[in-house]
Design a binder for this molecule. Structure first.
Ligand code: ADP
Length: 815
């Protein structure tokens, strides 16, 4: 079924029917059910109250015969409830004893709306019930709407005003929140208009953000940022405007703080970006001061750095013009004893002193006496405070916590830059040191190289350095010393051009040379050194014996990068060795021959003792020769070992020479030689061992006799001559012959022991060597001039003992 109030019904109407099972009740129930109402039945008074409260019925019908309580009282109680009370109908049974006009009157008095009694006219009852429920429902809806309004407007926490825009924005109504927000009682608020609240115009330092943003002033004068949302509202039959006010002061503050923060961060970012490009510490400190001024406009700013002793002093400042800047730079503050500095070190944070007079620890130094407010921030590198960035002002309260925060941020950026600059400075210093060390080392190397060069230049051995050329298989000669060019005859340029091929052995073909080179290379790899002896060819095609020692040069990783070749000309040693072995062969032959001779003579003597006189001179001669040979050998060995003993005294050289010549005269005569002696008239005084000088003269004389064919001449002369500087006089002994002479080739070797020019003449090759040793022992010099086939002239010089010669020096020589 449809009810006429369907549109305003959220649910089908509910009727509470209280009463027993009577005919009346039944008939009413039928009507209700027929009309589609929900029916809740209460059988007694108690359940009536309960169900009435539970179901909030649209209509209560109380039967007059309800048990438990006087039905009139029940009606009164129901009607007396608070709020919108559902209407109560009274069902009156005419047959009831107590029924009468009084009852109806009573019922109506206690709030019953209608009374149903017999005869029951169903259509009428139906219409009356419908009427009542409709009325109640309408009232109910109105009530609910009102309650909703209260909730939406009055009790709402949002600030709401109802204004009459047509009448200058007059405030018609305001909710509780609005009264509290603006600080006015409702009636006062109602006397104001929106423009009375508006503080936008007068306090506008910042432009309006949007059309709906205002600044409102509250009763106590406080200015708040608000946003107004407006919409039409029907209020008390008037077309008004509902304003919902949103307080955005907090948000504005947060926004502006955020904006400021962002500006600061951007400034700092820009700052740090430029600061980090500066590596010059002084320039950097200046820039920091510039930025400090840009970020926090200030009177005076400075940077202090802490030294190793814990004192802070100003290293850079700005804006202290007119003050004693010099004195300020010289002021050193012990950080641990300066309260504000110590505080910054301890907290690691910035410090603002709004009024230095009120700061108990403020250090009163004359140069800073004018400072009334101050803010400082520590410059920290790796948690260590290395200095401070400070701002000073002569006005108190010039700086606040905000400034401190900004300065702190700048100081942190500055610290990074300072650290970079310091690192850079260290790097620069380090590289300077390094450069110095390199220079020192270079100098050392130059000196060492000079020394090495001197050594290499002075060496008699040839030295060459052969190095690998990166990317080439050939080795190249990078250096040869003078001895190398001298020995081989090749210049450095030729060495550079031809390389080690210039060390080619005599008679070695290309293949042989390559094999030899590989052998050397393999030896160097395996053992690091290669030694060899070979007969090589000079540039002038002459040959020489050479000993080479080749050592490898490696890099730090052990790769061969080159080799040093040391070359020694061993031709002479070779020759000497040859002579020595020849001598031994010769000496043994020389000894064996006389010994065989002796043995033969002894054998013959045993058989023919009568022929003693024949054999004896031969045996004596043989023995004498053997003795001479052994004596010479002994002398040579003594000279070599330096153990020869000479017994010197001032002697007339003429005596020694004359005696020797006399002894040799018979031999010269025997060989058919003309022997002459020429002596000066005055004695030739020399400081000598006469026996040894005699031995020397004998050697020269016997050689002259031996190597001069019969018919020739031998002459011996003693003369004196001035020394080179004219200070010391020399005596000169010459032994000249017209003998076989000596070729140039042999001449350079004849003074070497064992060297003999192969000849028919018997000898040991020791005579000249011994003679030279004897002369040099007497500070003399020996020389020879000779021409093969024409003759030779051997001569020696000895220092003269003159009157000018200091006896002391003689004595010294004697010792
Ligand atoms: P030795 O005479 O015993 O062989 P020496 O040392 O006295 O040894 O002489 C070395 C060599 O010098 C001789 O073998 C000889 O060939 C040569 N010599 C020395 N004196 C003369 C000289 N007066 N005339 C020619 N040759 C000489």
């Amino acid at each position: 079924m449809t009810t006429p109030f369907a549109p305003i019904m959220a649910r089908p109407p509910l009727v509470l029917l209280a009463g027993g099972e009577t005919e009346m009740v039944k008939a009413v129930t039928d009507i209700l059910v027929d009309d589609g109402y929900q029916v809740v039945r209460a059988l007694n008074a108690a359940s009536t109250y309960t169900l009435h409260e539970q179901h909030e019925p649209d209509l209560a019908i109380i039967d007059s015969r309800l048990e438990g309580e006087d039905p009139i009282d029940v009606c009164r109680k129901l009607a007396a409830q608070a709020g919108i009370v559902p209407p109560t109908m009274f069902l009156l049974e005419q047959t009831d004893p107590f029924v009468g006009d009084r009852t109806i009157e009573k019922a109506l008095q206690v709030g019953v709306i209608d009374v149903i009694q017999r005869p029951l006219m169903i259509n009428l009852v139906r219409r009356r019930i419908e009427q009542l429920i409709y009325t109640h429902r309408t009232a109910m809806n109105l009530y609910k709407a009102d309650r909703r309004w209260t909730q939406v407007f009055e009790d709402n926490l949002a600030i709401k005003l109802i204004v009459d825009i047509d009448h200058g924005g007059a405030i018609v109504h305001a909710n509780q929140a609005a009264c509290e927000y603006y600080g006015y009682p409702l009636e006062d608020l109602r006397r104001l208009s929106l423009s009375d609240l508006d503080a936008t115009r007068e306090s506008s330092t910042k432009p309006l953000q949007t059309l709906f943003s205002f600044r409102h002033r509250t009763a106590n004068g406080e200015i708040r940022d608000v946003k107004l949302y407006m919409g039409p509202i029907d209020y008390q039959d008037r077309e008004l405007t509902l304003c919902i006010i949103q307080d955005v002061t907090k948000r504005r503050e947060a926004e502006s703080a955020e904006r400021e923060q962002r500006t600061l961060v951007e400034a700092l970012r820009a700052t740090s970006a430029t600061l980090l490009t500066t590596l010059d510490l002084d320039e950097l400190l200046d820039q920091i001061l510039d930025y400090a001024n840009r970020i926090i406009p200030n009177d005076c700013t400075n940077i202090m750095l802490i030294d190793d002793e814990g004192y802070a002093s100003v290293v850079r400042f700005r804006g202290y013009e007119g003050r004693d800047a010099e004195a300020m730079m010289n002021e050193r503050l012990k950080v641990s004893e300066t309260a504000n500095l110590r505080q910054m070190i301890e907290t690691g944070g910035a410090l603002v002193i709004p009024d230095t007079d009120a700061y108990p620890g403020w250090l009163r130094v004359p140069v800073a006496a004018w400072i009334r407010s101050h803010v400082g921030a520590p410059i920290r590198i790796d948690n260590e405070v290395i200095g401070f960035l400070t701002l000073d002002s002569e006005k108190p309260n010039h700086y606040d916590a905000d400034d401190a925060e900004k300065l702190h941020a700048l100081a942190d950026q500055a610290a990074l830059a300072v650290r970079n600059a310091r690192l850079y400075r260290q790097v620069v210093e380090y590289s300077a040191q390094l450069e110095e060390r390199v220079q020192e080392r270079t100098n050392e190397l130059i000196t060492e190289r000079g020394q090495l060069r001197a050594i290499l230049d002075a060496m008699t051995e040839g030295v060459a350095y052969a190095g690998m050329v990166p990317g080439e298989s050939q080795v190249k000669i990078f250096y040869v010393n003078p001895a190398m060019t001298h020995i081989t005859g090749y210049s450095f340029e030729e060495w550079q051009e031809n390389g080690i091929a210039l060390l080619q052995s005599v008679g070695l073909d290309e293949a042989g040379y390559l094999r030899a080179r590989d052998t050397v290379y393999n030896m160097l790899i395996e053992h690091g050194i290669h030694r060899a002896e070979a007969r090589l060819v000079r540039k002038d095609r002459s040959e020489y014996d050479a000993a080479t020692v080749t050592s490898r040069i490696t890099d730090t990783e052990g790769n061969i990068i080159g080799a040093v070749i040391v070359l020694r000309d061993i031709s002479q040693e070779k020759a000497l060795q040859g002579q020595k072995s020849r001598f031994f062969a010769h000496a043994s032959h020389e000894l064996r021959t006389p010994i065989t001779n002796l043995k033969t003579r002894l054998y013959l003597l045993r058989k023919q003792p009568e022929k003693l006189a024949d054999h004896l001179p031969v045996m004596e001669d043989v023995t004498e020769r053997m003795k001479k040979l052994v004596d010479d050998l002994l002398d040579i060995s003594r000279f070599e070992r330096g153990t020869i003993h000479i017994n010197r005294h001032v002697t007339d050289l003429c005596d020694v020479v004359r005696d020797t010549v006399l002894i040799q005269e018979p031999e010269a005569e025997r060989k058919g030689l003309k022997l002459t002696l020429k002596l000066p008239r005055t004695p030739v005084r020399v400081y000598i061992d006469p026996d040894r000088i005699g031995q020397a003269v004998t050697n020269l004389l016997t050689n002259a006799i031996n190597y001069t064919p019969s018919g020739g001449a031998v002459s011996v002369r003693v003369t004196t001559a001035k020394g080179e500087r004219g200070a010391v006089h020399y005596s000169l002994v010459e032994v000249e012959d017209t003998g076989i002479g000596i070729s140039r080739e042999h001449m350079q070797h004849i003074f070497q022991p064992f060297y003999r020019v192969v000849s028919q003449v018997r000898g040991t090759g020791l005579g000249l060597s011994i003679t030279q040793e004897i002369i040099e022992l007497h500070e003399g010099r020996i020389g020879v001039e000779s021409e093969p086939g024409k003759g030779s002239c051997f001569s020696f010089w000895l220092p003269l003992v003159t009157d000018t010669v200091d006896q002391g020096s003689l004595a010294a020589t004697k010792g």
